[in-house]
Design a protein around this ligand. Structure first.
Ligand code: NAD
Length: 481
């Protein structure tokens, strides 16, 4: 791939490429450590200009008729779907795979999924109606959704296309304008989305400025009307503290620590198959990835054998090759941290089930690992791993497993595997989680809410709730007698 040179500043549809007082940041591929490009970073003045423009365009966009907003959202969805078809070296998917290390097929899937968000929010907007109440004699009440205003969209590196897509789609559907800052470590892939949006959205409705948090985020948080953030619990907490004095509405999608609970009637083969997806999706760097695995003692031996067998089939290597099933961690990921969490769980009495792999070349690869009998208190079990490793805790009593699931402080996703639908529902009802997979590793659906509890944040992104997160509701009472 020829090195790319991109500007991280797109304001009012214009790409700003003057280097005047601006710095450049290199993009490095985790596959081989090679430089794949550089991105011009914005300044606080750029950030301020982006908010000016977004405020200026708010009136027109918020009053754009629903039909027209729906048309724009669907046009974006169509263009994304078209982009997702290509997997040659010039394609967006290739860039996404090269920049983040995710498998090429997953990169294509991420772009397709981004399209689904734009369609889903078009559908939700079409369905949304003002409410009317004629209950109180002589007075009619109407409830009207209104856009909150200018939203700051701040995103992480693990899904640098689909996370911005789901945030921006919801904001646009609601009639909000957007200032968008993507993570520097996967910026080239995110900037393709900004460029695509500029083809369909009126100039100034979405403005992108990359740059340091101090320059960009601080400038925005002092002026925007709402915040949509996805990232770590640590940074989410910092932002929460910053916006509290302004009472800004915020969607905070933070870290996760999903439990993968197998019940004693489960089919072991199918549970392992589900776990392989839930754990190794995006090379283990997914907020809803299976993070701790809870196995009943009666199935422990069979589960262990089936898991070792399945993991021995993993093909680790260049994520752009079709045969590869596990790529490197993204540049922001930390293979040495994953190894340290595994070592610590082994030191605490666990057993590493998989041989240490020879990692290819110069890449940023982490060895996949499962630690059987990892202590429940080890960081491998109790905290977010964000890599291709997990601790397995063997339980004697389901209550023990559910206590662990509920006790991590997080509350984003969890999974249960069983052949008994009633038991599945009973366990799901006791999970502390916003997204639950029963015998499936893919519980996320754009038409349904996506959000967590506790350390996983507040608010929702998908579904009607995701649209409403960008709206405030006006109740108008009219005397009718
Ligand atoms: P991060 O919190 O380090 O960074 C997120 C974004 O915030 C990036 O754009 C980053 O540049 C910016 N940022 C960093 N420091 C900042 C500061 N002081 N002020 C303002 N902005 C700042 O997270 P990450 O490492 O990019 O992403 C991984 C984390 O994101 C994981 O914890 C993962 O679980 C979480 N995540 C959550 C979801 C979800 O939907 N709940 C989805 C994906 C990822």
């Amino acid at each position: 791939m020829n090195p790319l040179s991109e500007s991280g500043i797109r304001i009012s549809g214009d790409v700003i490429s003057s280097t005047d007082g601006r710095r450049r940041v290199e993009a490095i591929s985790p596959i081989d450590g090679g430089v794949i490009g550089e991105v011009l970073q914005g300044t606080s003045a750029d950030a301020a200009q982006a908010v000016d423009v977004a405020q200026d365009k708010l009136g027109a966009w918020s009053q754009t008729p629903v039909d027209e907003r729906v048309r724009v959202l669907r046009a974006i969805a169509g263009a994304l779907r078209e982009e997702a078809q290509a997997d040659d070296e010039t394609s967006w998917a290739w860039l996404l795979s090269t920049e983040t290390g995710k498998r090429l097929a997953e990169a294509q899937g991420e772009i397709t999924f981004s399209a689904v968000y734009f369609d889903a929010f078009a559908d939700l907007l079409e369905k949304q109606r003002d409410e009317h109440f004629d209950v109180i004699p002589g007075i009619t009440h109407r409830v009207q959704p209104q856009p909150i205003g200018v939203f700051a969209v701040i995103t992480p590196w693990n899904f640098p296309v689909s996370i911005p897509a789901r945030k921006i789609a919801a904001a646009l559907a609601a009639g909000c304008t957007v200032v968008f800052r993507a993570a520097a470590l996967a910026a080239l892939s995110s900037l393709r989305l900004s460029a695509l949006l500029d083809r369909f959205v009126p100039a100034g409705v979405v403005n992108t400025v990359l740059g340091s948090p101090a320059d960009v985020v601080d400038t925005w948080l002092a002026r925007v009307d709402g915040v949509s953030f996805t990232g770590s619990t640590r940074v989410g907490r910092l932002l929460n503290e910053q916006i509290a004095p302004r009472f800004l509405p915020a969607v905070m999608e933070l870290g996760g620590n999903a439990s993968f609970v197998v019940l004693d009637d489960a089919d072991v083969g199918s549970a392992v198959e589900t776990l392989m997806i839930a754990k190794f999706r995006n090379n283990g760097q997914s907020c809803i990835g299976a993070n701790n695995i809870l196995i009943p003692r009666a199935l422990a031996g069979d589960f262990r054998d089936a898991l070792v067998e399945a993991a021995s089939q993993l093909v680790i290597g260049d994520p752009r090759e079709a045969a590869t099933s596990l790529g490197p961690l993204a540049p922001a990921g930390d293979p040495s941290r994953v190894a340290a969490l595994v070592d610590d769980a082994v030191a605490g009495g666990g057993e590493a089930l998989l041989p240490q792999i020879e990692v290819p070349g110069q890449g940023h690869y982490a060895s996949p690992q499962f630690v059987m009998g990892a202590p429940a208190s080890s960081e491998l079990v109790a905290d977010e791993v964000f890599g291709p490793a997990a601790g397995i805790v063997v339980y004697d009593d389901l209550d023990e497993a559910l206590t662990l699931q509920r006790g991590t402080g997080y509350g984003l996703a969890s999974y249960v595997c069983t052949n008994d639908a009633a038991r599945a529902d009973a366990v799901a009802a006791r999970f502390r989680a916003g997204i639950i997979g029963i015998n499936t590793a893919t519980p996320n659906y754009p038409g349904a809410p996506f959000g967590g509890l506790g350390l996983s944040g507040v608010g929702y992104e998908g579904g009607r709730q995701g649209l409403e997160a960008h709206q405030h509701f006006r109740t108008i009472a009219t005397r009718s007698d």
